[in-house]
Every structure is written in C-alpha cells, then in structure tokens.
Design a protein around this ligand. Structure first.
Ligand SMILES: Nc1ncnc2c1ncn2[C@@H]1O[C@H](COP(=O)(O)OP(=O)(O)OP(=O)(O)O)[C@@H](O)[C@H]1O
Ligand SMILES: [Mg+2]
Length: 428
C-alpha cells in the first residue's frame, strides 16, 4: 500500500514489514533517506520514520504488523544533546558506553549515534556486548563491526570478530563477559577507529547486576557513559559510577517492549544469519581442542588402567567415554543404557569425585563456537553428533576453514535452529 505523510510527522512501523520511501525526505535513527527501496522491520521491532519533507511510502505488512502516524519526532532531544558531546573530542579513539534496561532503546540510540558520527565522516566501530539480543554477531557472542555507511539496523552488519560467551544470559557468565569485552576492545583498537560505541545487555537492576556493570565499565574505561532511563531505573548504577563521566539520556516513550517469546525468535534469526549455507562437517576429535566441554565430557585426563578397570567393573559396562577432571568424572553411556546409581555412588566414594553420567544423544544441538589455531573466531556451528566409537565430531556449520578449537555453549538448537534448552536471559 502507498501512504503519504506530511512533514513533521513520524510513521511508526511495527514489524514484520517492509517499507520503501518513494519520494520525500525521511530520517530514521539519524540517517537521512531519500527514495530508499526497502527497509526491513523485523518481527517484534519498531522503526520510526520521521518525515522531514512530505513523503510517500510504499508499505507491505506481515502478520500482526502495524502502522501508526504520530505528530513530531520520537527521537528524544537528549539523544541529540548526547551526540553533541561526541563532537570534537580531543581523545581518539573516543569510547562511548551505553547502559540501560531491557527494551529501553539502547540499540536504537547506538544506531543513532553511529549515523550521526558517520555524517561527520568519522570512522566508527560498534562493539555489541549484548549476548541475549546481539545484533551484530551471533547470539551468545560479543562482537564488533566497523560501520562505513548509514545503518537502520545493526543486524545488517557482519561481525569482524567475535568472542563466544556461550550463553544468552550475562549473569551466568560474568567473567567471560568482562574478559571477552576487554579482549575485543583491544582488537577494535587495531582498526584505528575515531569512535567506539559499546552496546551492553539490559541486566542493570539488583546488586549483582550493578557490580557486574561497574566491573565492565572499569575494564573498558569509556570516555563517556550514557545511561538510558525513563524514570530512575539506573539510580543505583548511576550512584556507583562515580569516577566516570556519565550523562543520563531519555528512554523514548515510543520504545516498544517485547515478550520473552519474541526475544527468543529474534535470537533465532541471529542463528539463521550465521548458520546460513551450513553443511555437516565430520572432524576427528584428535584434530580438535575442546573448550568448556562440561556438557559433553570429552577432554580431561585419562585415568590409570587399574582404576579404570575398577570403574568398568562397578558400573558393569565399558562406557563410550570416560574423562576425569579436577573434581569430576564424566562418563558417556549409550542412549538407552541404564546405570545403577548405587554403583555410581561407590565410584564417587572411591575417587572422591562427583560422577556425571551423560547419555549419548544429549550432545545433539549444542551451540558451538569454532576457532582456528590462533583462536580467531571463524563462526558458529550446531553439534549434530559425537561418534565416540570412531572419535568423530559432526558439526553443522557454514565455516569452511580449518577448525582447531571448539568451544561448547549452554544453548541447544533443534534441526530448525529453534532454541530447545535456553539459559534464560537473566533480565526477564
Ligand atoms: N525513538 C524511538 N522511536 C520509536 N521506536 C523506538 C525508538 N527507540 C527505540 N524504538 C524501538 O523500541 C524497541 C526497543 O528499542 P531497542 O531495541 O533499541 O532497545 P534495547 O534497549 O536495545 O532492547 P534490548 O533489551 O532488546 O536489546 C525497538 O523496536 C526499537 O526500534
Ligand atoms: Mg538491544
């Protein structure tokens, strides 16, 4: 359908929808559009098209999509002031961090700052530190990209590098979040940007969240921290951020909230984006270094033969795999094998270690990060099977380079790339 909108008004489009600007001048998150073929508004997302000169839109709406025309601009004046803080800084690169709760508008504000900086011909990098709602890299990763032309959607960017956290929830992986963010900031610096915009996750309320965010801010040492709030959601965080230059910006009234279900389906789009063109690759386990394999129990030390024989005797079978860690023993047994728990207890007593029994098949669907020998991130994959007898790992991935290191995540995907077990986002 075609729709004419007068200057000074905003067309709010809730996806799934596709919008083109046939004529007129329109601004979206700081980027000026003149006759643009297609802006995709994803399901669950809202895009404000502010009309600067009477515009004709071509709109095609998907299921449950919505269009609304309102007076004025939905970009808060504090966003414009915030951008002015970034003009002519004497520090280069200038690092900006954006904090705010879930659905407060963090990603949109980052997009706005990026577009405005691009208008000033700045070289801009975005460091996407939101593992639950990552836009740039795959879900469960922290990533970064260099932005060379205006963007309406950070999702359209391809990650230049990423760090796999392996979970959708920062609260489950605080140390990794901090380590990964600091590491990627180092990598971004090598690209010599004028500005680095750091987006963060929405876990901001409660003592643990505040402690985590302070640690994160301290490690990344931004030159300015923008705190996005509607009322006083960030009060304790603002209080704790004493040492840093911080500016409060408004969370837009027009920002759209999303259900947990919608947040999950938006992550699933992220898996699809990074698993597009995937095939199954079979790789001998002996070629790989496996990290974080608590869910599949592959590495670990071999036990001495006498103890191993004793374990086999106690459980009455030879497991498919047996691996010993500092305080645990992982044992993989056949899909339908049954094990006497009293005997497991006996092993625990004899070894003073906890025994974890894994059934073959439980590994199916685990999200993997794939790295080369230098630990450069190559992409993600989904574990299809571990063939313990032939010592082969079958990975569904579009990565075609040599894989040397595999990190195992806490999320599982089914064959249609839907999340089956989810470490819930802490902030919901
Ligand atoms: N100024 C605005 N006008 C209209 N819609 C907006 C505005 N700012 C944000 N939105 C919309 O509100 C929704 C939430 O914003 P956004 O995704 O930027 O928030 P977020 O804090 O990054 O959320 P998340 O916690 O999911 O990462 C999005 O659909 C976004 O497009
Ligand atoms: Mg976001």
């Amino acid at each position: 359908m075609k729709r004419t909108v007068e200057s000074g008004k905003t067309l709010l489009v809730d996806g799934p929808a596709s919008v083109s600007v046939v004529s007129g001048i329109v601004e979206v998150f700081g980027s000026v559009l003149r006759s643009v073929k297609q802006v995709v508004v994803r399901d669950g997302k809202r895009v404000p098209f502010f009309v600067k000169e009477t515009a004709i839109f071509g709109i095609s709406l998907g299921e449950n999509a919505n269009v609304e025309e309102i007076d004025g601009d939905t970009i808060p004046s504090s966003w414009v002031k915030a951008f002015e803080e970034l003009l002519n800084p004497h520090i280069r690169p200038f690092t900006v961090m954006v904090l705010g709760t879930v659905d407060s508008g963090k990603t949109s504000f980052c997009t706005f700052l990026i577009n405005k900086l691009l208008n000033e011909r700045k070289k801009v990098a975005i460091l996407d530190g939101d593992v639950g709602q990552s836009e740039v890299g795959p879900p469960c990763t922290i990533s970064y990209a260099l932005v060379t032309k205006p963007v309406m959607n950070l999702y359209d960017l391809q990650a230049r590098n990423a760090f796999f956290v392996g979970s959708t929830s920062p609260s489950e992986s605080v140390d990794k979040m901090i380590e990964g963010s600091a590491l990627l900031k180092q990598k971004v610096l090598a690209d010599d940007p004028d500005s680095i915009i750091v987006n963060t996750d929405g876990w901001v309320e409660g003592d643990d969240a505040v402690t985590y965010k302070i640690q994160l801010v301290e490690r990344l040492s931004p030159d300015i921290v923008f705190c996005m709030q509607q009322k006083d959601e960030l009060a304790s965080l603002l209080d704790a951020l004493k040492k840093f230059r911080k500016v409060v910006v408004e969370s837009p009234v027009a920002a759209k909230q999303r259900s947990g279900e919608k947040r999950r389906s938006s992550r699933e789009l992220g898996y699809m984006k990074y698993l597009n063109g995937a095939k199954i690759r079979s790789i001998p386990l002996s070629w790989l270094k496996i990290e974080e394999d608590k869910l599949i129990g592959l590495c670990g030390n071999r036990r001495n033969i006498k103890q191993t024989t004793e374990i086999y005797r106690l459980i009455g079978m030879k497991p498919l795999n047996l691996a010993e860690f500092r305080d645990r023993i992982y044992m993989v047994i056949g899909k339908r094998r049954w094990i006497n728990l009293d005997n497991v207890k006996k092993i625990e007593e004899a070894t003073k270690k906890k025994v974890v029994v894994i059934h073959k098949g439980e590994e199916e669907g685990l999200l993997l990060a794939l790295y080369d020998a230098e630990k450069s991130f190559l992409g993600i994959g989904s574990l299809r099977e571990i063939d313990y007898k032939r010592r082969i790992m079958k990975i569904y991935t579009p990565v075609s380079e040599n894989i040397s290191i595999v990190a195992v995540g806490r999320v599982k995907l089914d064959e249609n790339l839907k999340e089956t077990t989810v470490s819930t986002e802490a902030n919901q």
